[in-house]
Write a new protein. Structure first.
Length: 380
């Protein structure tokens, strides 16, 4: 085993000599200095793990030396040698993280106990370091493996979902091109108009998809502003009314007049309501033909703490447990080529960004109610 280096600092030559012999006997490689300045020079050169220093010395004293050494290398164990009268100094040195102190005249036994303490501390520190190193390596390895795997799966799923959606849109466009060509070939205006309508629907789909993907990629914190919370509801109703009427569905509204302007991102909330109400219409369309199932009720209200609540209630097909679990997943849709399955995922994202809550209750064959709650206090 390599000898442990020890630096011995004392201005009294006699003490230095005696201690050097004792320390060498104990197996140390001893370096000596007769003042603090010399001690620092040697310390910088050999960086010993243990320093043994007199407290009282002319010039820079042991206490100052201790502090300087701890500053240079906090892991150095410094044992102080104190004379009879400097108990206070010795105690003070402990505050500056001296390992121990031995009093003059130095007994071998006391010196050995102090050195043992120093070694114990060094050993402990080494163990802790090994431990944390191992732990760091382990955590590093685990997280890297996890991230790699998870990221690859996530990217793969996104790609698969996207490809599915794009294939649907391409399919739609192919169909419309076919009808358009037939219409031109036969000079049939009906065909041409029909083909043209389908082109427009699919162009709209691509536009919405790209907007959704953008929203998914980066939240837009810059667009939050004070708005009438009922405004996006009215806009969306205006937008969807023709489609609802065309399908014999009544859009009923019950908008609270108590709502004060609320800080929100209007485009985001518009997107959420558009999807929730569209979903409600789709669900009502595929439901049985009972009159009540042809009604979608959209209401707003005040929440206790001044927040805003949106509710969209339909009496459509409802959802079974399996569907309920997946509704917020990206690209989950039961609508085949008609749905991208991004709607609720984006909706949830927007509401999360608002630090809000989105929840729903649904029963198969009975209907569904989605509720959004936006809190009053808001970070952006
Ligand atoms: N009100 C509802 N009633 C019944 N099922 C619903 C309702 N809302 C959502 N769902 C179910 O959740 C699925 C996911 O909805 P989401 O809005 O995310 O996608 P989508 O409507 O299928 O497609 P899009 O991306 O065009 O919105 C739907 O396909 C449907 O099965
Ligand atoms: Mg939808």
């Amino acid at each position: 085993m390599m000898e442990t280096k020890i630096l011995l600092v004392d201005d009294e030559e006699g003490i230095c000599q005696v201690l050097s012999i004792s320390l060498a006997d104990l197996g140390y490689k001893v370096y000596t200095a007769d003042c603090a300045a010399e001690a620092l020079r040697i310390f910088r050169e050999i960086d010993p793990p243990i320093v043994l220093t007199d407290i009282k010395m002319p010039g820079m004293d042991g206490l100052e030396l201790l502090r300087e050494i701890k500053r240079l290398d906090p892991e150095t164990e410094v044992i102080m040698i104190s004379g009879h009268g400097d108990m206070n100094l010795a105690i003070k040195s402990l505050k500056y993280e001296a390992t121990d102190f031995v009093t003059k005249p130095i007994k071998d036994e006391a010196l050995e106990i102090a050195l043992k303490r120093a070694h114990e501390k060094i050993g402990l520190r080494k163990k802790i370091k090994q431990h944390t190193d191992n732990l760091e390596q382990l955590v590093d390895k685990k997280t890297r493996r996890l991230l790699d795997g998870e990221r690859r799966i996530a990217v793969g799923q996104t790609m698969a979902g996207l490809s599915h959606v794009l294939r649907n849109i391409a399919g739609g466009l192919e169909g419309s091109v076919f009808i358009l060509e037939k219409g031109m070939e036969l000079d049939n205006k009906q065909y041409i108009l029909q083909g043209w309508e389908t082109v427009k629907v699919n162009v709209e789909k691509i536009r919405n998809l790209s907007l959704d993907l953008l929203k998914y990629a980066k939240p837009d914190y810059g667009n939050y502003r004070l708005c009438d919370p009922n405004k996006p509801v009215k806009d969306v109703i205006d937008l969807l009314k023709p489609r609802a009427e065309h399908n014999g569905i009544v859009l009923k509204t019950d908008l609270s007049s108590e709502l004060r302007p609320h800080r929100l991102e209007p485009e985001g909330i518009h997107r959420c309501l558009l999807n929730l109400i569209t979903n409600a219409l789709d669900a009502s369309l595929t439901a049985s033909s009972e009159a009540s199932s042809k009604e979608v009720i959209i209401s707003t209200g005040k929440v206790d703490d001044g927040g805003v609540e949106y509710r969209i209630e339909d009496h459509g097909v409802g959802m079974d447990e399996e569907i309920k679990e997946k509704v917020f997943n990206s690209f989950f849709s039961t609508k085949g080529a008609m749905g991208t399955g991004l709607g609720l995922m984006i909706t949830k994202r927007v509401i999360d960004e608002h630090r809000g809550i989105i929840k729903f209750e649904s029963e198969k064959g009975i209907g569904t109610t989605f509720t959004i709650i936006l809190p009053r206090i808001f970070p952006y």
